[in-house]
Design a protein around this ligand. Structure first.
Ligand code: PLP
Length: 799
């Protein structure tokens, strides 16, 4: 029987087909139907959205503003259905129209406005802030082209553009009335607001994600046009609009490009001007800025906010330096995401001078005052002054954005315990001596709505039955599974549910890639950006070794290795690692001797949607970065929550995951961060490690022989040369212990009961890794922003 909700949704979809899509069902495409459902759902969340804005305005609430150059949102439709409690109604409505909800959901192009973990974190945080009923605005850039699409060919990765807006975007509302000019060099660019609602789960709150799109001040230059120079007339427009055209596809690499600095000032200045508009709209004083807003910088991409807020306060509002500085430092806090030196943003002062002369002047003044203070503290120590200065001296003087962010913030946090400790010991050691109280940790988390409820309905249903449904907002209640940890009937069901996830991924691989995999084999998965520090090549070596062992007659339990992830288009070695994985897959999957024993699959175009399919299907979660390099990781959390067991190093949040789930439910290997540093001090060279390890030597030789590259002996040379000459990420120092841990995995897998218990313990004890917990921590300790439940008004128009 159709519910009232489903009947209303159905009528709403039919209405939108006519009134929004201007079609009859005879011409409607699947995408039309998707849009009709999306618009019908949007109609239902608008009331929450409008009421939320009303409540925040009326009550003059203290507001967290999250500044991030990236948001890796994933598709909205299914998440909004879950958060509105309308999944079943939508399924019925679709069925009554002869449509499949799953097919419509799959029609939504994903807004890939981020690279990887950092952008995904920003997206999880938006959803948690709404669920916790915290007044918040997310600010960023509405890139017209998000992260590139990745195709995998026999030659490796091929990139193409991602025109995610080609069919329009039913989730956004343009707000031309909220547009702001930004001066960059000699040009002015206008930022126009596009708002997307972010629904909380089970609450009335719908916060706003406000993304800026760049337009030229005038559509075209009339003077040039009238003079007959048509090209010149539109050139300005094109230049301005380039600003929000594309996302830089780099993860953990700073390229120092002019356009990137322009993007940063563009979105930061628009966001700050918008905050002043809100402030004054509520009748507050400019000097109330830090009482109204808590600004969080997601990495250094928005760090220019320190100088830009000073500029606006002084130049636009006539505030004196000292007052402006106390407002700025009382408003801003900064999250660091990496210790990798190649990822730390710096800008040449010449470029800065050209684009942002006034902001540079302000940075110089901040630096002068800062160094004057430091000189009094450390008299005669010119070394320390050089190290902490906002300006790096050298052949080319550069602005250090991380130092600007620390000096201009009241709190600085790392994203896992180890990372926060290393920040204080290494990268920011001097700054942490000056302001020890400023540095803190907030361990990352992931939202249980998208990563359990949306991604894994069979597991969600089993949890509901076993422990009730409060885990969606109180993830620590997963501990209630303890009552079933030794219940063999329940463990059977647990396995059955996990099996469904694996079957779903196996079906996808058969349908999309034509690869047949045995879903009862161990699914060994590494999905994440491709990077040397994440060491996909360590996993590749291990697969080659297994291949040789099976060929030599050894009986190993069947495994399916699954990889996914994009390499930055300019990162040759990362692309070569993909080429190696593809080459291994081609050989292994063709070899009859590997049938039913070993399979290797590289999933093209890893994304949030694909993640929702993959994370629930993982038996073994590969988290094998060089210790000290992965700030936190969040893929590790998504997998463990869905019942995967981790094989990993003592790095990032792996350490905290292991502490939670217990050492007996985690496969640990490798050097610690401290030992890795020691290796460096004692003149690390990979050769001695290789010489005493015949298995890895054989694997390296096989790769070098052209076995995985159709006889081409040169292809993998750069990768092999890196591994055998300097091995910057210490692959060879960890390869033997990794093998030992993998052998322990084989043994554990043979005892299916034991594996099911380990899996259950991972889900049961990972409640800590909810982004609700992270956000509650930011809100309480750093932002001082409190809950504001949204009152719903009576008289909203019915959808
Ligand atoms: C979670 C997530 C990541 C981050 O994965 P790590 O394993 O932490 O690097 C990257 N990409 C997508 C699409 C994700 O969902």
């Amino acid at each position: 029987m159709a519910s009232a909700d489903s009947q209303a949704l159905k009528e709403s979809m039919q209405g939108h087909l006519f009134f929004s899509q201007a079609k009859s069902s005879s011409l409607a495409t699947s995408h039309d139907h998707y849009r009709c459902l999306a618009l019908a759902v949007r109609d239902r969340l608008l009331k929450n959205w409008v009421d939320t804005a009303d409540t925040y305005t009326r009550e003059h609430v203290r507001t967290a503003t999250y500044l991030s150059a990236e948001y890796l949102l994933g598709p909205h439709l299914e998440n909004n259905l879950v958060n509105l409690g309308l999944v079943e109604a939508a399924r019925e409505a679709c069925a009554s129209l002869g449509l499949s909800l799953e097919e419509l959901i799959a029609e939504e192009p994903e807004p890939g406005l981020g690279n990887g973990g950092l952008g995904r974190l920003a997206a999880c945080f938006q959803e948690s802030m709404a669920t916790l009923e915290l007044p918040a605005i997310g600010y960023g850039i509405r890139y017209e082209f998000g992260i590139f699409r990745q195709q995998i060919t026999p030659h490796g990765q091929v990139e193409s553009t991602d025109p995610w807006l080609a069919h329009g975007n039913p989730w956004e509302v343009i707000r031309p009335e909220w547009s702001y000019p930004v001066q960059i060099g000699e040009h002015t660019v206008i930022g126009v607001a596009y708002d997307t609602p972010i629904l909380g789960y089970g609450v009335n709150t719908a916060n706003t994600l406000r993304l800026w799109s760049a337009v030229a001040p005038e559509a075209f230059d009339f003077a040039s046009f009238n003079a007959g120079d048509y090209t010149r007339a539109v050139l300005r427009k094109m230049q301005a609009e380039t600003l929000s055209k594309v996302l830089y596809p780099n993860d953990e690499l700073d390229q120092g490009k002019r356009l990137r600095l322009s993007q940063q000032i563009f979105f930061v200045s628009c966001s700050l001007q918008d905050m002043f508009r809100i402030l004054r709209g509520q009748g507050l004083e400019v000097t109330d800025f830090h009482r109204k807003f808590a600004l969080q910088l997601n990495d250094t991409h928005p760090a220019i906010a320190v100088a830009e807020l000073m500029r606006l306060l002084m130049d636009e509002y006539g505030i004196d330096w000292d007052t402006a500085w106390s407002i700025t430092t009382a408003s801003i806090s900064y999250t660091n995401h990496t210790l990798l030196p190649e990822a730390l943003e710096t800008w040449g002062v010449e470029l800065f001078e050209q684009l942002l002369p006034r902001q540079l002047e302000i940075i110089y003044e901040i630096n002068t005052r800062f160094l004057r203070m430091a000189r009094i503290r450390y008299p005669g120590d010119s070394q320390i002054l050089q190290r902490i200065s906002l300006i790096e001296e050298g052949p080319q003087r550069r602005v250090r954005m991380a130092h600007l962010a620390v000096v201009g913030s009241h709190h600085v946090n790392g994203v896992a315990e180890l990372h926060s400790t290393l920040l204080k010991q290494n990268l920011f050691a001097d700054l942490a001596r000056i302001w020890p109280e400023r540095f803190t940790n907030v361990t990352n988390g992931v939202t249980p709505r998208r990563w359990l409820a949306v991604a894994n309905p069979p597991l969600a249903a089993l949890l509901d039955e076993a422990i009730g449904d409060r885990w969606r907002t109180h993830l620590e209640e997963l501990q209630g599974l303890a009552a079933f940890a030794d219940d063999s009937a329940f463990l059977e069901r647990w396995q059955a549910v996990r099996d469904l996830g694996k079957q779903r991924l196996a079906q996808y691989m058969r349908r999309e890639l034509g690869v047949l995999v045995d879903h009862t084999s161990l699914f060994d998965v590494q999905v994440k950006r491709i990077h040397e520090y994440k060491r996909q090549h360590l996993a590749a070596l291990q697969i080659v070794e297994r291949y040789l062992r099976i060929r030599a007659g050894e009986d190993l339990p069947p495994r399916t290795f699954v990889f996914g992830g994009k390499a930055a288009p300019g990162y040759a070695l990362a692309k070569l690692i993909i080429r190696l994985l593809v080459g291994i897959a081609d050989v292994v999957n063709m070899d009859p001797a590997m049938d039913g024993r070993l399979k290797v699959v590289f999933l093209p175009n890893f994304s949030v949607s694909l993640g929702q399919l993959v994370y629930p299907a993982v038996d073994l979660s590969e988290q094998i970065s060089t210790a000290g390099k992965e700030a936190s990781g969040t893929g590790n959390m998504k997998m463990a929550l869905n019942g995967a067991v981790t094989i990993g190093t003592l790095d990032g949040a792996n350490i905290e995951i292991r502490d939670c789930v217990g050492a007996e439910n985690f496969f640990l290997f490798g050097h610690t961060a401290e030992q890795i540093e020691q290796l460096g001090h004692s003149g690390y060279h990979p050769m001695p490690w290789i010489e005493q390890d015949p298995a890895v030597r054989q694997a390296l030789e096989l790769i070098g022989s052209g076995y995985f590259s159709e006889g081409d002996r040169e292809l993998f040379h750069p990768l092999l040369a890196s591994l055998t000459s300097h091995d910057p990420f210490r692959v060879m120092a960890d390869v033997a212990d990794y093998r030992r841990a993998q052998n322990a995995v084989d043994e554990a897998w043979l005892d299916r009961g034991r594996w099911a218990r380990m899996s259950l313990h991972n889900t049961m004890r990972c409640g800590f890794f909810s982004s609700d917990r992270s956000i509650a921590d930011y809100a309480e300790r750093i932002w001082k922003v409190g809950r504001v439940p949204v009152q719903t008004s009576a008289g909203a128009p019915a959808p």
